[in-house]
Write a protein that binds this ligand. Structure first.
Ligand SMILES: [Zn+2]
Length: 157
């Protein structure tokens, strides 16, 4: 899905939530949403902060950023990947491929596309539920880490 389509969908989700819960539509929340929509794949809070302060000239406090990200995770506007080495975030694509291949050792995440998985989920019978997206995580060890582990084992022999 195109990035601005995903952004409009995320904006609609945020609007609905704020209206339903009588929260104010602060410009900060929308600025953060725009920043997220313009980030490449995975990013850290520091990188997002840099984007807001630098390129977008919309500095926000760390507390505001943190609270907003918590809300976005709850609304499934972003994914939060908690890894042993770091925490990264990723803008949700809403339709189709949110299939993540995650290395449990170094934390490297690769996004995959699979029409087979999409079809299988599409065909799944849900219980009184209107689906609007999905995420799949496949955990394991990447080839770089595998090579390192093999080398270490050979040295120990
Ligand atoms: Zn790895």
């Amino acid at each position: 899905m195109e990035q601005n389509v995903a952004r409009d969908k995320a904006k609609a989700l945020l609007n609905d939530y704020l209206e339903m819960n009588n929260h104010r539509k602060t410009p900060e929340r929308y600025a953060i949403l725009d920043a997220i929509a313009s980030m490449d794949e995975q990013f850290s809070l520091d990188q997002l902060m840099e984007k807001l302060t630098g390129e977008l000239r919309f500095p926000v406090s760390r507390a505001t950023l943190y609270n907003t990200m918590n809300l976005f995770v709850k609304l499934r506007i972003v994914f939060r990947h908690r890894l042993a080495s770091k925490t990264t975030y990723e803008f949700c694509q809403f339709e189709g491929g949110n299939i993540h291949q995650v290395c449990s050792n170094c934390g490297k995440i690769v996004l995959l596309q699979s029409s087979e998985v999409e079809d299988a989920i599409e065909k799944m019978r849900l219980k009184r539920f209107k689906r609007d997206g999905f995420a799949v995580y496949i955990y394991g060890i990447c080839s770089t880490c595998q090579a390192k582990i093999t080398r270490k084992k050979n040295n120990e022999k």
